[in-house]
Design a protein around this ligand. Structure first.
Ligand code: GDP
Ligand code: MG
Length: 460
């Protein structure tokens, strides 16, 4: 997500950083580029206008003039404004109602409602230890109810049965009654969508809303629909008292404009991002982190969280400690990272979040894909412990032995060693205070939260 915007802005920012003085003139040029970058990312025009106006006002103000490094001060402003349009901080789900807390989703057909209900169910069960009940009020397509049933099984939450001959409202009431009796903490209600906004659909979700009186009414929207996402959001926001938004399919969306526009047009926070088809591909939305990602500073915190969730925590801590102590990153670590990669969202989603990876990620992704990971692990398995600790001793004859042992070719072993060297170099950079340097560059306070990341502690 955001790779286009990120690339464009990164270029602009790089040029600026090198400049000692910011004049009205070069600010104008830069603003024009920022504007183009936003428009190309499909950010809604009114949002672009306001964004550029705010950045300009601040850039021409004292804040920048007094700064010793105006280019960096400008970058900081852009980042802060990005955070501001997206909503300042993460808005978590409000489940503080008397149980069962009812969460209802609404949105067009194919937006990702059913999938998001399953993802939320999993999130709430696993991370918040909630007892969750899900129900489908999509009576128009029998397959839709089955889809939720299957997903509920998968994420191990209770499914309240419904069928096509029932009225959505009756289903909702029965599910609510059941949730009360069985002491469920949360009831997640899936609803039917249409291909386009139409009155019948809106009337139905309004009725459901009245019957359920949910604490959370989440609008689910496909980020790939670009400007349409904004229009649909407006229509749903007019029809329902929305409490938040789930922006789906951000994994396939290179532009990411909707993330910047939705808040502005609805006044409602994005609460979650859908980042893949699997039920674990859901991320709480953190404006600050997303802004960092857009500006190529990497979303290290989400990365750490993701890793902590999917990965053996002890392993991650071991590596963090080791790197902290200034010890080298060896092939054992590389193997453990590689095998853990398969447990979290896959290589692509991790790469995107590494600082500076915005541009590099395609290249790296080309080199390391999920299928290769298994082979890499096999190769490392065929090495002796000493070889893993000191890869430099791996000579030609050792390479042949390792290749034979792992059923690969010598060139595969060579490729692995090359990839390992790259990773080791990256780790060294972070160890040398790359993070700190980066934070200083971006004005410190606006950057990563203090203590968020140990130096070099990248338990990827
Ligand atoms: P609904 O009609 O709103 O209930 O939409 P569904 O939940 O059935 O989703 C429609 C399609 O979008 C399905 O093929 C999902 O797998 C896919 N989908 C939903 N969310 C995401 C996401 O975040 N990323 C990706 N890549 N696909 C998604
Ligand atoms: Mg559905």
């Amino acid at each position: 997500m955001f790779s286009n915007l990120s690339e464009r802005l990164d270029g602009v920012m790089k040029r600026l950083r090198g400049q000692g003085r910011l004049s009205e003139e070069n600010i104008q040029d830069t603003l024009r580029e920022v504007r183009m970058a936003l428009l190309e990312a499909d950010v809604a025009l009114p949002v672009v206008r306001e964004f550029v106006k705010d950045v300009k006002e601040r850039a021409l103000g004292e804040e920048v003039k007094r700064s010793l490094t105006p280019g960096q001060a400008f970058v900081k402003i852009v980042k802060e404004e990005l955070v501001r349009v997206m909503g300042e901080s993460n808005d978590a789900l409000n489940l503080s109602a008397r149980p069962p807390a009812v969460v209802m989703v609404a949105g067009l057909q194919g937006a990702g409602k059913t999938t998001s209900v399953a993802k939320l169910a999993r999130f709430l069960r696993e991370r918040e230890k909630k007892k969750v009940l899900v129900v489908s009020c999509d009576v128009y397509r029998p397959a839709a109810i089955d889809q939720l049933r299957t997903l509920a099984d998968e994420v191990e939450v209770e499914f309240f049965p419904s069928s096509g001959d029932q009225k959505p409202e009756a289903i909702a009431r029965a599910a609510l009654e059941h949730a009360r009796k069985q002491f469920h903490d949360v009831l997640l209600v899936d609803t039917a969508g249409r291909l386009h906004v139409d009155e019948a659909m809106m009337a139905e979700v309004q009725q459901l809303h009245a019957a359920l009186d949910p604490v959370e009414t989440l609008f689910v929207v496909d980020s790939m629909t670009g400007q349409d996402a904004v229009n649909t959001a407006k229509a749903f926001n007019d029809a329902l008292p929305l409490t938040g938004v789930i922006l789906t399919k951000t994994d396939g969306d290179a532009r990411g404009g909707a993330a910047l526009s939705i808040r502005h047009v609805t006044g409602k926070p994005i609460k979650f991002l859908g980042v893949g088809e699997k039920t674990k591909a859901l991320e709480p939305f953190h404006p600050e982190r997303v802004a960092s990602r857009i500006l190529g500073m990497g979303d290290v915190l989400s990365l750490v969280e993701e890793v902590e969730r999917g990965v053996d925590r002890a392993e991650a801590e071991k590596l963090t400690r080791k790197l902290k102590k200034g010890k080298g990153f060896d092939l054992e670590d590389f193997r453990s990272q590689m095998s853990q990669l398969t447990k979290v969202g896959g290589v692509g989603s991790l790469m995107e979040k590494l600082p500076g990876m915005g541009q590099m990620s395609d290249k790296l992704k080309g080199q390391v894909n999920d299928k290769d990971v298994a082979r890499l692990v096999a190769i490392i398995n065929s090495m002796t412990p000493e070889e893993r600790r000191k890869p430099d001793i791996i000579s030609g004859s050792r390479k042949r032995r390792i290749a034979t042992g792992s059923g690969t070719q010598v060139q595969d072993v060579n490729r692995l060693l090359k990839q390992f060297k790259q990773m080791q170099k990256m780790m060294k950079q972070f160890q040398k205070g790359g993070m700190k340097k980066m934070m200083r560059q971006f004005g410190g306070r606006g950057g990563m939260p203090p203590g968020g990341m140990p130096p070099g502690g990248f338990p990827m």
